[in-house]
Design a protein around this ligand. Structure first.
Ligand code: ZN
Length: 283
């Protein structure tokens, strides 16, 4: 099997027109070990075949300890109905950008469901992106570390953007989407992971609740909504994954050790998934 950085270099040779320099915004072109711009800003491939487009490494708690259990939960089928729905909405041969790809599970499962075009996933977390390079499918997929607010991609590059439980930056989205390109956004609804919220924060009604009102309003201000559908179901968590649920999201941060330990002894066996899938385009 080819090394990851060799595969990645081949991807860049075919697709470097999708990238632009995050420092000076000129086009990037392939060198013998990465990308460079007209002003000679260099981006070198890591051994894992990833590119690093940040000015410095951010402080983030989104690390391996979260991405590994998150990946296992996604693989266990927790979001299967959502992946099914998304795969019907996507342009199968379109060029796709996954915004905040984490450990890459969603993009990989969508690829298994027939998403065939060129795909790039990025995240601000290096740990997440490094894990993504271990995903089983790698043809036509490239992973990089980048900042949502300063995308290292050229104008009019993508047919579709995936925005799965991640923040938005509409100015940048508009710049990198092709005319008529789509945003497919997944946001939590009120009852999303409600059993976990209640267990983690028994005395904090505010944390038990979730409202997506502001997120939806912002989206409506910026884009035209083509589809807006709520998907709700209860997921029976396989025994082997019940501890993973506790570690897979930022919800866990700030939970007391006592509560965590009690939950580890008696983990949740089912969990509510309640989300909205929204497809939108710019006017
Ligand atoms: Zn540059």
């Amino acid at each position: 099997m080819k090394k990851k950085n060799v595969r990645a270099l081949e991807f860049l040779m075919e697709n470097d027109s999708l990238f632009s320099c995050p420092i000076c915004h000129f086009n990037l072109s392939t060198t013998k070990n990465g990308l460079t711009c007209f002003k000679n800003h260099q981006f070198e491939l890591s051994k894992k075949g990833t590119l690093f487009f940040l000015k410095k490494l951010p402080k983030t708690e989104y690390d391996k300890e979260m991405f590994l259990p998150r990946g296992r939960m996604i693989q266990s089928g927790m979001y299967a109905p959502i992946i099914e729905k998304m795969s019907k909405l996507l342009d199968k041969n379109g060029t796709t950008l996954d915004i905040g790809c984490g450990e890459g599970s969603f993009l990989n499962l969508l690829t298994m469901r027939g998403l065939e075009g060129i795909k790039i996933g990025f995240d601000i977390s290096k740990d997440g992106v490094y894990e993504a390079t271990n995903q089983p499918i790698y043809e036509n997929i490239f992973w990089c570390i980048a900042d949502l607010t300063n995308l290292p991609f050229a104008e009019n590059s993508f047919n579709q953007l995936l925005n799965i439980f991640t923040p938005s930056q509409y100015t940048e989205f508009k710049r990198v989407l092709k005319p008529g390109g789509k945003l497919i956004k997944i946001i939590p609804e009120q009852n999303y992971l409600k059993e976990l919220r209640t267990a983690f924060y028994p005395d904090d009604a505010q944390k038990q609740d979730y409202s997506n009102e502001l997120v939806v309003q912002k989206l409506k201000d910026e884009m035209i909504i083509l589809l807006d559908e709520r998907i709700s179901y209860s997921f029976e968590i396989p025994k082997n994954n019940q501890l993973d649920l506790l570690e897979m999201s930022p919800l866990e941060w700030g939970v007391s050790e006592e509560i965590k330990n009690n939950l580890k002894k008696q983990p949740l066996s089912s969990i509510t998934i309640d989300i909205r899938v929204i497809v939108a385009e710019f006017a």
